[in-house]
Design a protein around this ligand. Structure first.
Ligand code: NDP
Length: 239
């Protein structure tokens, strides 16, 4: 296929799983993270050697539109954009500072706007393209002590549905995947006991893995073009 895929937040966790799944499908990769550049470079090297694809790395803060503008020529090459970078804040809403709130909304929601704006003109010109936004079950139903996170992911869901309507006439698919519990560093604040209690509430009886999350995103991405404007939940029948 040799399509070019941008994946934000690819240095670890779900983003790393998504990068691996697209590499297996012979896609070329533009991998983005903000801080963990060494890890990102190692991943790019491993995937290009293992699967014979091209993989480049960009250190960019996707919550900062000026940072994204610096790479507009590079981003214009994308056939596929996966908006995966995310940040979670756990705590009471009343204790959140303005900066805490802004960081969650900018990292999880505004980044989808900034990155989509960067790739859309060339996708529209080619009358083809696919965007997948990574959401959460908390965006569907809300979570106590994760109000900002839930609001950001609920925003991602509405952003997805609205943008899909706007760009479907230009041949572009936009969908979101709402994950349940996936075993990544994002959940490292939970103790082993808390994790075990939580897994008991998931009917499948275990967390999802970054590898299966990545495979699923890749499958959704290559679905028939009539699948657009959807928020698809992947949570082991949890919520
Ligand atoms: P991790 O915390 O393991 O990884 C987050 C990734 O995002 C890292 O690569 C990090 O790179 C990158 N990142 C964070 N902020 C920025 C930024 N401002 N600019 C660029 N890159 C950034 O998270 P997960 O893999 O668990 O989560 C990935 C996505 O899946 C997120 O959107 C999350 O909300 C969503 N999700 C996760 C669930 C889970 O249970 N794990 C459940 C539901 C949804 P760096 O360290 O270099 O900043």
């Amino acid at each position: 296929m040799n399509e070019t895929v941008i994946i934000t937040g690819a240095s670890r966790g779900i983003g790393r799983g998504i990068a691996t799944a697209f590499a297996k499908n012979k896609c070329n990769l533009i991998l983005i993270c903000r801080n963990s550049v060494d890890k990102l470079n190692d991943l790019a090297m491993t995937l290009s050697e293992e699967y014979g694809i091209k993989a480049s790395c960009i250190a960019c803060d996707v919550s900062n539109p000026d940072d994204i503008r610096k790479y507009s020529n590079e981003f214009a090459k994308a056939d596929i954009l996966i908006n995966n970078a995310g940040f979670s804040y756990v705590g009471l809403l009343q204790d959140m500072t303005d900066d805490d709130w802004k960081k969650v909304i900018d990292t999880n929601l505004s980044s989808c706007f900034y990155m989509s704006r960067a790739v859309l003109p060339s996708m529209i010109q080619r009358a083809s393209g696919r965007i997948i936004n990574i959401s959460s079950v908390w965006g569907n139903v809300g979570a106590s002590t994760e109000v900002a996170y839930s609001a950001s992911k609920g925003g991602v869901n509405s952003f997805t549905r609205a943008l899909a309507k706007e760009v479907a006439p230009s041949g572009i698919q936009v969908n979101a995947v709402a994950f349940g519990y996936i075993d990544t560093e994002m959940n490292s604040m939970l103790s082993d006991e808390e994790k075990s209690d939580l897994f008991d509430t998931i009917p499948v009886g275990r967390p999802g893995t970054p590898e299966e999350a990545g495979e699923f995103v890749c499958k959704i991405c290559f679905s028939p073009s009539y699948l657009t404007g959807q928020v698809i939940t992947f949570d082991g029948a949890w919520i």
